[in-house]
Ligand binder design. Structure first.
Ligand SMILES: [Zn+2]
Length: 688
């Protein structure tokens, strides 16, 4: 597809200053056609800036090189941020076409920056003289990060190696885009359309959500189960129809493995080979070695050691869980072996039997609006923040905005929550930004988004969450606070710009406050009666925290181990993805009744972009930190302890990448964490 040139750059709303409320982009004026010319103009402008910095006749200084780079590329930042918000949360065929066109161009642009030899020479010169430059500690950190980034991108390599790296990067960018679009295509094209008579076992909220999903797909007299996690998992949990459970489950785990045009397996094989080649060019044995060198864990061996400790305990626990579920089947007179599509259904039954707790009974107490309030209230009690709804033009009517302020009224930033699933949105939940905090070009305040995929209720009905959904909301909101509370000068260090095995600390830590009884008492209110959750139900809910944790841990940890093994291949030539996955899981002794939480053909963390490639272990690594960090509050006897919260804000939520992660954690806690708190949290401490 070619791009029309009818709009001149001067009229392009993406290239004019954003003068909307809070500096929002003019969403109403932007159409898909504006993006390609805006990208072209912004890329060219940044390219000119980079060339000027590299060719500066003056001797390299922090200001004319590092700070100049930090000041550059602002048009591009803006176009990129608004484009990728739309590409993730409200895409279309036209946006997808731009995305395919633009991803290799962005990779080429990044190559032009990081493989610029003259620029690297200036940075290397500054880095060598760093102790004599009289830099502040933040400036020293920025210089160190630039130097590391350039070296890791190949800035110090010879020309032929750089040329090959550049080609690899462009190809990887295209493949990553195609991967994500294929998964979305498989999700969009599938819906299990059911009649009333097929809904045996489904509670009211699930029926209402299925009804709404069918209406969105143009079948208002039917019920649709989709491949969005909230829809599909709820069905697996409650439906009495084993045949239909199997059907939806098969569709779910086969995303990206259709055998047709959207099959991702050859894409994965090529990406793994290219990543391994890139790592070798940069002097590492494998991609995993390369990737972890700049993480908190430092080596695949260190990450693996943690995963192994968890895995052996989780496997023991999951076999006990499995036997209990199989026993339930026998008690019901069932004459079949527990299958993956049965696990959630029988686990729910077992929970009901053992704890007298029913998800359908809990669910009316978790109203989306109230859980948002709970997340805000927690931020108020910890950090003194307030959140006020504001009516501003956004990109979709379901997105909502809140102005965030300090207790004394100072403006902190804008928070946008976009919570409902729709077919134009990629699956999963994530935090992103339209603008990051910094002080280099003035006191610039952040605009932060949370994108989720909760089932949208029928018109007039309240939106209800599962307890897991509520946890997801708190998780993403923890990321949002990491962006909102950022207090740095240089954009490079702002907010979530930290290693991925540290970035899940603020998010996972925040989940702990959802489980604080006083928060639940206040915000878990029945959608119809408005009554608080009865104490007995609340106690039962909290008592089940470690229920089914063997399953959850195995489902997650198998993904992290397969990821490390796959990216730990020194020579992945001729990789057969299906065979690799099967062989690796067999070697791990993966229980046959459980499927990886993300199978390779739709594992977007690894292949859609690749932010978590060889780094899916990050969640577990960060969990060691968050379990230990929450204990810091518990030890004071007050989970909102002001002194602890102050240190948490200074060294974690507000600190971006000002310090090495281990140093930041020590500054908060006084020491590094041990794994014990994590094992206790997951109920694995006694499963050694
Ligand atoms: Zn996260």
């Amino acid at each position: 597809m070619t791009h029309p040139q009818s709009t001149s750059d001067a009229q392009n709303p993406l290239l004019t200053a954003w003068t909307g409320p809070f500096g929002l982009p003019p969403f109403g004026a932007v159409t898909a056609e504006h993006f390609r010319p805006a990208f072209d103009a912004a890329l060219a402008a940044h390219r000119r800036e980079i060339d000027a910095i590299a060719a500066d006749p003056a001797a390299p200084s922090f200001d004319n090189t590092i700070a100049a780079l930090e000041r550059s590329g602002r048009d591009l930042d803006r176009v990129v941020s608004v484009f990728f918000v739309l590409a993730g949360a409200n895409t279309s065929d036209a946006i997808e076409a731009v995305e395919r066109d633009i991803s290799p161009l962005l990779a080429r642009h990044s190559n032009a920056l990081y493989l610029n030899r003259a620029l690297y020479a200036r940075i290397a010169d500054l880095y060598e003289r760093r102790d004599a430059l009289g830099l502040s500690s933040e400036q020293a950190r920025v210089l160190d990060r630039y130097h590391t980034r350039f070296v890791r991108a190949g800035g110090a390599l010879d020309k032929p190696a750089q040329d090959r790296l550049a080609a690899i990067n462009e190809r990887l960018a295209s493949l990553g885009t195609q991967f994500g679009q294929n998964v979305l295509a498989d999700e969009k094209s599938y819906a299990l359309l059911l009649d009333e008579s097929d809904l045996d076992g489904l509670p009211d909220f699930a029926r209402a959500a299925a009804r709404a999903a069918a209406a969105e797909r143009g079948a208002p007299d039917k019920y649709a189960i989709t491949l969005a996690r909230s829809s599909c998992e709820t069905f697996l949990q409650f439906s009495k129809r084993r045949d239909l459970r199997e059907k939806i489950f098969q569709a779910w785990i086969k995303r990206g493995e259709s055998g047709g045009a959207t099959d991702n397996r050859t894409i994965i094989a090529e990406m793994i080979a290219l990543r391994a080649e890139r790592a070798k060019l940069l002097g590492f044995d494998t991609f995993a070695d390369y990737r972890l060198d700049d993480q908190m864990a430092k080596t695949p061996q260190t990450a693996r050691k943690l995963l192994d400790q968890v895995w052996s305990r989780a496997r023991k626990k999951v076999l006990v869980e499995r036997d209990a579920l199989q026993k339930l089947i026998a008690q019901e007179g069932g004459n079949f072996a527990l299958a993956p599509h049965d696990w959630r259904y029988y686990a729910e039954k077992r929970r009901k039997a053992e704890f007298d707790l029913d998800e359908a009974e809990i669910k009316p107490y978790f109203q989306l609006d109230k859980i948002i309030d709970a997340a805000f209230d927690t931020a108020g009690r910890l950090f003194g923040l307030t959140f006020t709804p504001v009516d501003v033009p956004l990109y979709h009517k379901d997105a909502r905005a809140f102005e965030v302020k300090e207790a004394q009224g100072d403006h902190v930033g804008l928070f946008i929550g976009d919570y409902f699933a729709r077919s134009s949105k990629h699956s999963g939940a994530w935090m992103t930004s339209l603008r990051d905090q910094e002080k280099l070009l003035g006191d610039i305040r952040p605009i932060i988004l949370n994108i989720c995929n909760f089932s949208k209720p029928a018109a007039g009905a309240p939106a209800l969450l599962s307890f897991d959904d509520a946890r997801t909301l708190f998780h993403e909101f923890g990321h949002a606070l990491h962006g909102l509370l950022s207090n740095v000068t240089y954009p490079l260090l702002a907010g979530t710009a930290v290693p991925s095995d540290f970035v899940e600390l603020p998010s996972q830590l925040y989940e702990h406050w959802l489980e604080v009884p006083e928060i639940l008492q206040k915000y878990a209110r029945h959608a119809r009666t408005g009554e608080a959750m009865p104490k007995l139900l609340l106690d039962k809910l909290l008592a089940t925290r470690t229920f089914n944790q063997g399953f959850a841990t195995v489902e997650y940890t198998s993904c992290a181990l397969v990821d490390l093994d796959l990216h730990g291949l020194a020579d992945p030539a001729g990789l057969d993805v299906t065979e690799f996955e099967q062989r690796d899981l067999a070697a791990l002794q993966m229980p046959a009744e459980i499927v990886m939480r993300h199978r390779l053909p739709h594992f977007q963390h690894l292949f859609s972009g690749g932010g978590y490639a060889a780094a899916y272990y990050s969640y577990m690594w960060s969990e060691v930190l968050d379990a230990d960090a929450f204990e810091a509050f518990e030890e004071t006897g007050d989970v909102f302890d002001a002194e602890t919260a102050k240190r948490l804000r200074e060294f974690i939520y507000g600190a971006g990448n000002l310090r090495d992660p281990a140093e930041a954690y020590k500054a908060f806690r006084g020491r590094l964490p041990a794994v014990d708190a994590l094992l206790k949290k997951r109920g694995l401490a006694d499963a050694a």
